[in-house]
Write a protein of this length. Structure first.
Length: 291
């Protein structure tokens, strides 16, 4: 029974991690930003959906759409408040901008987390599930919303793949991740590509956050672990490697799920962190990184 439960639950949580990490990897690959407010944006989108349903009596679809919209607005605020001013500042040396942005996004995430705790307390919030009922597979009764979650995650990832590989604008984004200077020489404004990538990231992170809220529930305490999981996945897979992040998401997701079931939920993140330390020592570029 435990085997099938781990297999099913691990697939759902790994799909959520994959969706969140894909956006995280995308903005790093294109703009070189490691956004440490990632977990805060996910949680804020979920809490917004919860608040719309609980306080304004919105239906599950309206609440989810409202949460996504709020998460995308917050993502744009992150870009324009914490990232872009530093990128354009003549007072900050180019060599130091990365660490300044890293610090700014970390502090921005803390501000979001503390704001959520102030207005909505630290108690866990569960977003209204869109799909109700229970499905029995191999003798394991699982909420239908869990399968819905995994399906939506992979639909979103598939849509992103089509956008990047099959459309003109998507190919411009791909080119910017490989050779930003070459893209500017072709007459494409790099700032517009960065803005588009942050919007895509905001959509993916918000959807992942709301689905996580439906699946496990979230609170301001979730911010740190979610950011740490995304960071671990991106480093394990290889910085800038989307395919590596997808594989690493399933490694981390199943490690955490197996630990939660077989040992204790309190220790679920430890094996993934130990694996991360080992990879950083033995293969610093990550499992699928080129450098």
């Amino acid at each position: 029974m435990n085997f099938w439960q781990i297999l099913i639950d691990g697939f759902a949580i790994s799909s959520l991690y994959a969706l969140g990490a894909t956006g995280f990897t995308l903005i790093f690959g294109v703009s070189g930003v490691l956004n440490l407010s990632h977990g805060a944006i996910m949680v804020a989108a979920a809490v917004a959906a919860w608040a719309l349903a609980g306080l304004l009596q919105a239906g599950p679809y309206a609440a989810a759409i409202g949460g996504i919209a709020f998460g995308m607005v917050l993502t744009l605020a992150t870009y324009f408040v914490a990232v872009r001013p530093i990128q354009r500042s003549p007072r900050v040396a180019e060599a130091e901008k990365e660490i300044f942005i890293l610090t700014a996004t970390l502090l921005w995430g803390i501000i979001i987390s503390e704001t959520i705790a102030y207005f909505f307390t630290n108690n866990a919030k569960t977003v209204l599930p869109i799909v109700e009922g229970v499905v029995t597979v191999a003798g394991v009764r699982t909420p239908a919303n869990e399968y819905f979650t995994a399906g939506i995650c992979w639909l979103a990832i598939g849509a992103l793949w089509v956008l990047v590989n099959k459309t003109r604008h998507g190919k411009a984004v791909l080119a910017a991740s490989m050779n930003p200077r070459g893209v500017t020489l072709l007459g494409i404004e790099l700032s517009r590509i960065h803005l588009a990538v942050w919007l895509i990231y905001g959509l993916l992170a918000s959807v992942a956050g709301i689905l996580l809220g439906m699946f496990l529930g979230v609170s301001s305490y979730s911010v740190g672990p979610l950011t740490a999981s995304a960071f671990s996945i991106v480093v394990l897979g290889g910085l800038g490697s989307v395919s590596g992040s997808l594989i690493a998401a399933y490694v981390v997701g199943y490690l955490e799920t197996a630990t939660a079931y077989l040992v204790s939920p309190a220790y679920r993140t430890i094996p993934a962190l130990l694996l991360l330390v080992a990879v950083m020592y033995l293969r610093p570029q990550g499992l699928f990184g080129r450098r």
